[in-house]
Design a binder for this molecule. Structure first.
Ligand SMILES: [Zn+2]
Length: 378
């Protein structure tokens, strides 16, 4: 599949291009009976509607309208058919209950002031603020501080707007749109994340604290392919900058461990591009340590999980066969530690100068990689 097709296919699958978003998507979340009839509900900046919509959706899933209302001291006066609730309107002085809440649809409508919408609209009206501030207030109220879900969605969208980034993925042997989507691979062009997150109500200091924006106020990730991790973000430079980058803090556990741990045989690789080509080639039992040195959590995952399941696991270490030998030395060391923990470890020997990614990029196939696994030594 060529670059153009990959791009188009990605755009088609996710409806990522703003122009591909039908208007119904936008008004669809509003119950027609609630009288909003497709009016633009938020004061979101033009052209960023579809991304605002994604972030808003995420927040709405996390904060049920009724929880927020009750948190503000709202009490229902009576319950009507279908689990709907009626009470006094919190948006004006109300003597008879005219405020309808549908907890199932997460929507409200007031028969007194004819206003309605979702939890974000409520926060806008209740606090008299605009979209970004309403989002920020809601996040603060619920304790949802991390911008990472919004960052991931934003960088995923950027990937489809930068042909050179998709081209880079193709050069690294990644061509299946489904896989790119599954791993949620994105692209950080630089110079745009800060403005975007600020428009969603994240204060600059919190972005700097998270390591997404540097001390000078610029996006920390620039010209990087990004892979979201649990609680972190891995960025691989597509240019001359330092190749690998993480947010401050732990790189977390083994990649996709919950999915991989059920396999009796596991292949452990150093890098996300190694993992990606192997998943693409059908090796579902691959996990990644993000480097050749395992942290305590990652090591524990490989060992203790196994005891719990009551069976012995085999770990294939497919580390880089780099010229300076650091990958192989790390594999040797890890193999000894695993054997000491009664885990069978086998070292996969790749051709000199190769890692699993370059093995596939230079024409290796699944059958040949199987051969390497079979010949892996203890
Ligand atoms: Zn009202």
């Amino acid at each position: 599949m060529g670059l153009q097709q990959v791009s188009q296919s990605l755009v088609r699958r996710k409806g990522l291009d703003v122009r591909t978003h039908p208007v119904e998507d936008f008004s669809g979340a509003y119950h027609p009976c609630l009288g909003l009839g497709g009016r633009q509900p938020y004061s979101a900046a033009e052209g960023k509607l579809s991304m605002s919509w994604q972030s808003a959706d995420l927040l709405k899933q996390q904060i049920p309208l009724l929880d927020y209302l009750q948190g503000q001291g709202w009490k229902p006066a009576r319950r009507s058919a279908g689990g709907r609730l009626m009470g006094l309107c919190p948006l004006h002085t109300d003597r008879r209950p005219s405020f309808l809440v549908d907890p199932g649809k997460n929507l409200f409508y007031c028969y007194g002031c004819s206003r309605g919408g979702d939890v974000i609209r409520l926060a806008e009206l209740y606090h008299g603020v605009r979209f970004a501030t309403a989002m920020a207030l809601l996040r603060r109220w619920s304790g949802l501080g991390s911008p990472l879900p919004d960052v991931t969605a934003f960088y995923e969208m950027q990937l489809h707007r930068h042909a050179d980034a998709v081209d880079y993925l193709l050069q690294r042997g990644l061509h299946r749109a489904e896989l790119i989507e599954q791993l949620r691979i994105g692209y950080a062009p630089g110079r745009c994340l800060r403005a975007w997150l600020t428009s969603l109500g994240y204060p600059l200091e919190s972005l700097q604290q998270a390591g997404l924006v540097n001390a000078e106020g610029h996006d920390a990730y620039s010209h990087r392919i990004v892979f979201p991790l649990e609680g972190n973000l891995y960025g691989r430079s597509t240019g001359a900058a330092v190749p690998h980058m993480f947010l401050p803090g732990s790189k977390g556990g083994l990649y996709a461990w919950e999915r991989v741990r059920r396999y009796p045989e596991i292949i452990l690789v150093e890098g996300m591009f190694d993992l990606a080509v192997l998943w693409q080639a059908g090796f579902d039992n691959v996990t990644c340590a993000l480097g050749n040195h395992l942290n305590a959590l990652q090591f524990r995952q490989l060992c203790t999980d196994d005891e719990r399941e009551g069976r012995r696991r085999t770990v294939y270490l497919a580390f880089d066969a780099d010229v300076n030998g650091s990958g192989q030395r790390a594999a040797q060391r890890l193999s000894q530690h695993l054997q000491a923990a009664r885990i069978t470890a086998r070292r996969v020997e790749l051709p000199d100068g190769h890692d699993p990614n370059s093995f596939f990029v230079s024409g290796g196939n699944a059958h040949e990689f199987h051969g390497l696994l079979e010949r892996a030594c203890l």
